[in-house]
Design a protein around this ligand. Structure first.
Ligand SMILES: Nc1ncnc2c1ncn2[C@@H]1O[C@H](COP(=O)(O)OP(=O)(O)O)[C@@H](O)[C@H]1O
Ligand SMILES: [Mg+2]
Length: 350
């Protein structure tokens, strides 16, 4: 098997913002519930939790946010801290390698602070177990001495709220999942919501945009605020060079076509994925690993960034034996619907 190629830095589908993009993301990130567009159910319920906690002078129960990348999990963690008027301490599962790292973070938290752990599914198991008493009793247990003299010392923490985010809730252990009092699934955004987000972002960037321009970018941003902002940046540059600076529907269409983002928001990687599934596997069903090997990309990327949206828009169906491309996907790509391969191995082997 060949190693996956390094992701193309200009690619629309990438998990985290590129360094120069991170600064822009911070500027565009909503700071209050009022500025946060969509996800009404999660927001309404969190607002109640915050209000109740504020009246009691306590911290909010621990919160688990899950859903595909770029939908506003980190943003919500920041908003919770702002609305509670406490500090936000940010870390991530892979950043906490040893128990001591987590102990250091926990013992330094102030009263009612929000601790945000991103990608919590990647927390090492030994570290995860230290979290249990911290979440349950606001305490950590230190083991001192060895063998016969070993003793555990209980060290009290100040009350805090753990806000954890994950793109892979299925990878969390049951004991960890059960310790969250509040769980919210963030789903893809509607086009009108994305149009509101892109209009707000354009105003912050002082970039003129008309409603049709906003709608066109929204349509191509695969339900994802991070991507709508990413596309706005590309379109804004193009509007300045090829137009008079105003983001119109025609400018957005031209700019995004050039970027390889099509009318449904699929980028080159989505199309490579679907094309491989259709041409190599007769439309499927095929396993994600097999498709990943065929297109020389990494299965994690496909599982997190490509598959959820294709499932959402009905271009892909999940079956017990793998993924299958739908008639809608074929129509979109202008390819004939493959006759279902009898053995399930696909056209390659016929
Ligand atoms: N509900 C929202 N309203 C407006 N902008 C949003 C919203 N959710 C996310 N964003 C924008 O999208 C970007 C990515 O969001 P982020 O919270 O980092 O996503 P996640 O942590 O889920 O990957 C943020 O910089 C923010 O500007
Ligand atoms: Mg995030």
């Amino acid at each position: 098997m060949t190693a996956p190629t390094a992701p193309d830095p200009g690619r629309i589908l990438s998990r985290a913002p590129a360094p120069e993009e991170a600064q822009l993301e911070r500027a565009l990130r909503p700071r209050s519930f009022a500025e946060y567009v969509g996800q009404e159910q999660a927001v309404a319920s969190l607002q109640v939790s915050v209000e109740a906690a504020r009246r009691r002078g306590e911290c909010v129960d621990h919160v688990l946010l899950y859903g595909p990348p770029g939908l506003g999990k980190t943003t919500l963690a920041g908003i919770l801290a702002n609305e509670m008027a406490t500090s936000l301490v940010t870390t991530s599962g892979p950043a906490i390698e040893r128990g001591a790292d987590l102990m250091g973070i926990l013992t330094n938290l102030g009263t009612n602070d929000v601790l945000f752990i991103d990608e919590i599914h990647r927390l090492p198991r030994a570290v995860e177990e230290l979290l249990y008493p911290a979440m349950e009793d606001f305490a950590v247990n230190f083991v001192i001495d060895k063998g016969l003299h070993a003793r555990t010392l209980k060290y009290a923490l100040r009350p805090f709220t753990l806000v954890a985010a994950t793109t892979r809730p299925g990878m969390l252990s049951a004991p960890l999942r059960e310790r969250f009092g509040i769980l919210h699934h963030l789903d893809f955004y509607s086009e009108p919501e994305l149009a509101r987000i892109v209009t707000r972002s354009a105003a912050i960037l002082e970039s003129p945009i008309d409603p049709d321009g906003a709608a066109e970018i929204a349509r191509r941003s695969r339900g994802t605020p991070r991507i709508v902002n990413r596309l706005l940046r590309r379109v804004r540059d193009y509007a300045q060079v090829a137009g008079d600076g105003v983001v119109t529907a025609a400018i957005a269409r031209d700019a995004l076509d050039r970027e390889g983002v099509d009318g449904r928001g699929l980028d080159r990687l989505d199309r490579r994925f679907l094309t491989a599934l259709l041409e190599v596997y007769g439309g499927g069903p095929a396993g994600l690993e097999a498709i990943a090997a065929t297109i020389n990309d990494d299965p994690e990327t496909l599982a997190e960034l490509v598959e959820p949206y294709l499932l959402k828009i009905g271009f892909l169906a999940r079956e017990p034996r793998g993924r299958r491309a739908t008639a809608e996907a074929c129509a979109h790509l202008g390819k004939p619907l493959p006759a279902r391969a009898a053995g399930g191995q696909g056209a390659l082997f016929e």
